[in-house]
Design a protein around this ligand. Structure first.
Ligand SMILES: NC(=O)c1ccc[n+]([C@@H]2O[C@H](COP(=O)([O-])OP(=O)(O)OC[C@H]3O[C@@H](n4cnc5c(N)ncnc54)[C@H](OP(=O)(O)O)[C@@H]3O)[C@@H](O)[C@H]2O)c1
Length: 265
């Protein structure tokens, strides 16, 4: 496939370029802050973006103003509501894949978090921890925000009503349904996320630890041929993993609810 990369000189962009080449793709255009955004759209089948909010914004404005239809994969995080609207608008004309975390395993973790949040309910306090390298520009991470939104959604709450990003000095008692965030920025940490569900006398902890940034580049490169064949619209990692997840849910229901596992034990 012919691929263009936005953020080509960055840590993620460089990893995407080498992963694309290793997988037999052709990297047609490499764009960073010194290049012209329009070059991204020249003779390419998909654009992969790991850059900054300003760069993502320029790309989307150029694409929409010039009626482009090239599929875009957006990995950039720290985007605002304005960027959400730009993404929605371009997705009317082209397939857009957006994920704050390109790891397929994190998408599965997100599904598990939904299930735990709904099944345990507000009697279990949910707390999210994330740790990233010292150069990361946005906080909390896009993945931590995604997990928070998943918890709120599963419990029927508004995310921003429940999110607590700051605890300092004299703090109010924890509100029922509150979702607390704690953040570390240090060293070269690739990305660690953890959700604690804490009840009165017991706790469930679920976490993901990325050992290498290559998992994100691998995810974006796996998605590239798939997104190219989709209709215009906005897609997430859950759309990509759908075919993998549905049989798991079905077999889980069969195992736990349609057979008597305790009788078999
Ligand atoms: N979705 C995921 O799975 C995932 C995983 C890891 C990271 N990320 C996100 O990906 C983004 C990039 O991360 P990174 O660690 O690769 O950052 P980075 O090393 O700082 O690289 C940023 C890249 O963006 C380019 N850039 C910045 N401003 C630009 C502009 N105005 N126009 C064009 N290009 C511009 C930079 O070009 P110059 O070198 O010319 O400045 C550089 O190539 C961040 O938002 C990060 O949170 C997402």
């Amino acid at each position: 496939m012919k691929i263009s990369v936005l953020g080509a000189t960055g840590v993620m962009g460089s990893s995407v370029i080498s992963t694309a080449l290793q997988n037999g793709h052709v990297v047609k255009n490499k764009v960073s802050s010194k290049d012209r955004i329009e070059d991204l759209f020249s003779d390419t089948e998909v654009i992969i973006d790991f850059s900054s909010s300003i760069a993502t914004e320029s790309m989307l404005l150029y694409a929409t103003d010039n009626k482009k239809t090239i599929p875009i994969i957006i990995g950039t995080t720290g985007l605002s509501k304005f960027h959400d609207e730009l993404i929605e608008k371009y997705s009317e004309f082209a397939p857009v894949f957006r994920s704050p975390n390109m790891s397929v395993a994190v998408s599965i973790l997100n599904i598990a978090v939904y299930m735990l949040s709904q099944a345990l309910g507000d009697d279990f306090d949910a707390e999210i921890f994330e740790k990233h390298h010292r150069l990361k520009k946005d906080a909390p991470s896009g993945t931590a925000l995604m997990l928070g939104k998943t918890i709120a959604k599963a419990r029927g709450h508004d995310f921003l009503d429940m999110a607590n990003f700051v605890r300092y000095g004299v703090v109010a008692p924890r509100k029922r349904g509150e979702i607390g965030f704690s953040i570390q920025r240090c060293g070269n940490a690739v990305g660690e996320h953890r959700v604690n569900f804490v009840g009165a006398s017991e706790e469930i902890v679920i976490s993901h630890n990325a050992f290498s940034r290559k998992i994100f580049a691998d995810g974006a490169i796996k998605v590239a041929p798939w997104i190219k064949n989709q209709k215009p619209g906005l897609y997430s990692m859950h759309d990509y993993t759908r075919a993998m997840i549905l049989p798991v849910v079905q077999s889980m229901c069969e195992y736990f609810f349609e057979s008597n596992i305790y009788a078999e034990a």
